[in-house]
Design a protein around this ligand. Sequence first.
Ligand SMILES: Nc1ncnc2c1ncn2[C@@H]1O[C@H](COP(=O)(O)OP(=O)(O)OP(=O)(O)O)[C@@H](O)[C@H]1O
Ligand SMILES: O=C(O)C1=C[C@@H](O)[C@@H](O)[C@H](O)C1
Ligand SMILES: [Mg+2]
Length: 164
Amino acid sequence: MGSGKSWTGQRLAALLGLPFVDLDAEVETLTEMSIPTLFSRYGEAAFRDLEAQALRQFPAGRAVVLATGGGAPCFHGGMDWMNEQGCTVFLDPSPTILLARLNAGRAHRPLLGTTEELAIFIANKLAERRPTYEKAKIHLPIEDPNADVARLLYDRLQPTTEHH
Ligand SMILES: Nc1ncnc2c1ncn2[C@@H]1O[C@H](COP(=O)(O)OP(=O)(O)OP(=O)(O)O)[C@@H](O)[C@H]1O
Ligand SMILES: O=C(O)C1=C[C@@H](O)[C@@H](O)[C@H](O)C1
Ligand SMILES: [Mg+2]
């Protein structure tokens, strides 16, 4: 949540010359509803079902950069499924970076409450989800808020060339 999946994914796709897909946007397109509306009208469980269904539209044969929603790896076996299909990345910014970003974008994130609850919410959610996130094939801790994350990732994804 706010780790930079959509932001970085878009830039990484441009570097790789691949289409970019945002799973949250995909769910919104499929249902013709915004995520906050889906949550409030049908509840989180219904959203998780739709999200899992949308994720399965992208098996290994479809070369895309896919930014999931923050919870997608953690429900309906999302993480294991993605690991079977392709390369997975855990973007892991420091709590300071996360808090600054989430505070700025709270209107679009229905799971968040008041500002005072935010820091506790982040810590709890991350602790709960980290074991699943850490199953990703690439783990990228981010300490510098100005790091060019897409470029770092692009470099990590290139096959290493040995020079003799
Ligand atoms: N590498 C970055 N450099 C500068 N700003 C960034 C970077 N990554 C993310 N941001 C900022 O943080 C905000 C949140 O990032 P983003 O929407 O990509 O998170 P997300 O992981 O997709 O979150 P969610 O799980 O809610 O979909 C962006 O709108 C952008 O303003
Ligand atoms: O972390 C989460 O559970 C969520 C993150 C967003 O990307 C959306 O998928 C939705 O708001 C839920
Ligand atoms: Mg996103």
